[in-house]
Structure formats: structure tokens, C-alpha cells
Design a protein. Sequence first.
Length: 169
Amino acid sequence: MLSAIKKSAIACSLALLSALVLSGCSTTGTSLDPLASIELGEVSPSEPGSDSGQAEPATPVSDELAELEIEDQSGLGYQVTIEEVRLSLGEGFIVITNQAGESLGYSVVTPDSQPVVVPLSFQVSSSQELSAELFLDNGDGVFSRDFDFPINDEDGEIVRERFSYTLSE
């Protein structure tokens, strides 16, 4: 059985704890929340058909030495081989897309990568034209069309090459 002193101490502790919780554990007029002073901008309604809620594409970067060399290919639809990749800015990604612009697969590339085999996450199911495009990594080592930077060549054009892929049986 609890003594009267212990019961009194427990009751005082509970009262003190309740007072702290209800008061928010802060001093009057002072916010300890580091985010309390951040003001958020206004949200404006988007135009119909706009891509609100999606990140804007990363701004292209220029690499005058960037180039892709790809021959027409045939295979079982699981990979694509890029004969030559030139880039001088550092580590990047080569991305394979279909005619609808859907990413089929990608591979990490460096200025020394030759040749590059790109495994396809989505098998090519019919003969078609594919594209390869070069992106500069934003530094996180993970490809993201929204956050990695498309690379422009010396003419200011995105480094992209189209090629035929014939599905073998």
C-alpha cells in the first residue's frame, strides 16, 4: 500500500506534467519551432491540362563534347548497347525511351564508359524506333527525369539519338 507521501508526490507529478503538456512547454510569446518563421507562398489555381503537382523538368546543361553513337540493333528486347558515349561534365545516365517517351531503362555512364549496355526494365515487345538520351546526374546517384539534367550539345540541342530496334525470335 502506498503511503500518503507517495500518493501526494504522484498527484503533484501528474498535475505538473498535465500543466506542461497543456501549456505546450514554451515560454509566453516565444516560439521554439524553427519552421514557425517560414512564410509559404500563395498557391494559385493551375490552368486546365497543366501538370500541377509534378516537378518541373531540370534545366538542361551544356556539354560541347557530349555525343552518342548508336547503331540499329536487334535482340530479345532485354537490353540495348550504346557503342560510344562522350561527355565531359562527370557521371550521368543514358536513358532509353520508346516512341511514346516512356523510359524503358537506364544505365550510369562516365566519360570513360565504352561501350555501355543498358538493361531494359520493360522488355521491348515489338520492333520499333527507340531513343537514347543523355542526362547529367544531380549528385544523388539515382536517375530521375525530374531532377537530373538533360545535356545539350555544342548546338544547344538535347543529346538524343534515335535508332531502330528489331525484335529477334
